[in-house]
Design a protein around this ligand. Structure first.
Ligand SMILES: Cc1cc2nc3c(=O)[nH]c(=O)nc-3n(C[C@H](O)[C@H](O)[C@H](O)COP(=O)(O)OP(=O)(O)OC[C@H]3O[C@@H](n4cnc5c(N)ncnc54)[C@H](O)[C@@H]3O)c2cc1C
Length: 480
């Protein structure tokens, strides 16, 4: 089959019989027609359609050696630095189409599945590990253009370091049994963005696993029996793209996953009851390299969009001449160019891994993933500071179609824009930084790769500092 188009994607989403709960009700009918999901699914479909656009096809897909079909390029296993650049170009094209606002465009998890498969041999020969299942998942995903969400985190009940679950019923999803069909999982996992809006869910117990019951990884179809997606309230403001230019298109929905004695078939299990595999595979695989590479490419595109918006706001009300406005806009430029430089450095210093695949250098990517959670909230604040009261004086599309239009046209015009265009722009700024959709964007970018505090601690621990300490020691002729 190879790469799919938007129509095929939508049909697949409508066919899956998933258990999704939203606002006290179980969803019935076609998911693509539900107001909470319609906009996002249409936006995703348009990404898939790009794969068949004659001007983009070469950049978004590659020819499979085995099946001679065209495959989505996010599934390309990179062998050279050139391949890494091809991957980035693909990611950029999709990201530009959504201006980086779809945090979980399908290429993110496709890259993760590709990375796991490229490093699967790390698990070869280890107890309860099935690297062949990871490779066959990758092949199936690549050949059918499957989409994924993922869930790596346990419920936020008690995060103290000495917390051990003592309840009879597991809270954090655990292996509670095994039978001839597979492992049985019971409990919950915190957060899968776009849960229920993808073909499959990749589940991995990440970070600090200490016992066998918590040590597992697998991928299952979203409509597996016993799997429930519990949605937060929808942040779609409404259907009007004038009123809600972003949430009407890109509201991704976050879900809690409940596993009600879910049987994960053996052929779907990557590993189980192996604490070392749970703690080491993610680190040793190229997961971080390619997940960061995709995410930082998207974040660069998003920052470009933020800069465009901040400059357009300033221009519309003619405040670009003030130095403090210029300083704020420069802050965004500095962030943007820093992120771009780190991304390019990671490709320039890429190296082949032991399995013959090219990995972008992790250090610049880790630095970028420490930078972005700090600068994104500030950029959102800069837009609010430039927009000032314009961020709340926001009539709707209906107002512009009402008898009050004349007043709006006079009093809400901008120095270089008519009222309707000025309001469109300010509504965009509001939806990006102040609506429920916008504030979730900030929280999302803050926690994209995990807790920023622990991310910087991780950078500190893994950054090679010895050479620099040696220079100090040499200068002072120190012995220790
Ligand atoms: C919008 C959004 C979408 C997300 N989507 C997904 C998804 O699709 N899939 C997925 O797997 N995850 C997803 N996440 C989860 C994300 O990975 C986590 O938010 C992140 O890893 C932090 O974990 P936590 O939220 O449980 O915070 P916690 O770990 O509970 O942290 C809460 C606070 O306590 C502090 N703290 C807790 N423990 C420690 C410690 N040991 N040392 C120091 N400080 C500590 C933290 O610094 C923080 O201030 C998403 C999160 C958000 C906000």
């Amino acid at each position: 089959m190879g790469a799919i188009n938007g129509k095929e994607f939508i049909e697949r989403m409508d066919r899956l019989n998933k258990e999704i709960w939203l606002d006290g009700e179980r969803l019935e009918g076609k998911i693509s027609e539900h107001p909470a999901f319609r906009g996002l699914l249409q936006s995703k479909a348009s990404l898939y359609d790009f794969q068949f656009d004659l001007t983009l096809k070469e950049k978004l897909t590659f020819l499979s050696d085995e099946t001679e079909e065209r495959i989505g390029l996010s599934y390309l296993q990179p062998r050279t630095k050139e391949d890494l650049k091809r991957r980035r170009t693909m990611i950029e094209i999709w990201a530009r189409h959504t201006n980086g606002l779809m945090g979980r465009s399908p290429d993110y998890m496709n890259s993760v599945v590709m990375a796991f498969a490229s490093s699967a041999l790390f698990l070869k020969g280890s107890e309860n590990c099935f690297p062949e299942n990871i490779i066959s998942l990758y092949e199936r995903a690549r050949n059918q253009d499957l989409s994924f969400t993922h869930t790596f985190i346990t419920p936020q009940v008690n995060r103290s370091q000495i917390n051990f679950e003592k309840l009879k019923e597991p809270i954090a999803a655990k292996i509670v049994g095994k039978n001839e069909k597979g492992i049985i999982i019971k409990g919950a996992r915190l957060l899968a963005t776009q849960g229920g809006l993808t073909d499959e869910v990749l589940v991995y117990s990440a970070g600090g696993v200490t016992n066998d019951a918590d040590a597992y990884a697998f991928s299952i179809p979203s409509d597996t029996k016993g799997l429930k997606f519990l949605c937060r309230e929808s942040f779609v403001g409404g259907e009007s793209a004038f009123d809600y230019p972003l949430s009407s298109r890109y509201e991704e929905m976050d879900t809690i996953l409940v596993f009600d004695n879910v049987v994960v078939p053996w052929e779907r299990v990557f590993f189980y009851e192996n604490v070392d595999a749970a703690n080491e595979f993610m680190e040793k695989s190229s997961f971080y390299h390619h997940a960061y590479h995709q995410a930082i490419t998207r974040q660069v595109v998003k920052t470009e969009f933020l800069l465009g918006l901040a400059e357009s706001l300033s221009d519309t009300i003619n405040v670009c001449g003030y130095q403090h406005i210029q300083e704020k806009l420069s802050e965004i430029i500095i962030g943007l160019e820093t992120m771009k430089a780190l991304l390019l450095k990671s490709e320039e210093e890429a190296e082949m891994d032991e399995w013959g695949y090219m990995r972008p250098n992790l250090i610049p990517l880790k630095v970028a993933s420490n930078v972005f959670p700090r600068i994104y909230p500030r950029f959102s604040e800069i837009i609010q500071l430039i927009g000032a009261s314009g961020m709340v004086t926001l009539p709707t599309e209906k107002d512009f179609n009402s008898p009050i239009k004349k007043d709006l046209e006079l009093y809400l015009q901008g120095s270089r824009k008519n009222a309707e265009e000025r309001i469109k722009l300010f509504r965009l700024a509001w939806d990006l930084t102040m609506s429920s959709f916008g504030t979730r964007q900030t929280q999302y970018e803050r926690y994209f790769f995990g807790d920023p505090v622990r991310l910087s601690s991780g950078l500190y621990h893994t950054y090679p500092k010895e050479e620099y300490c040696k220079r100090v020691k040499d200068l002072l002729d120190l012995k220790e």
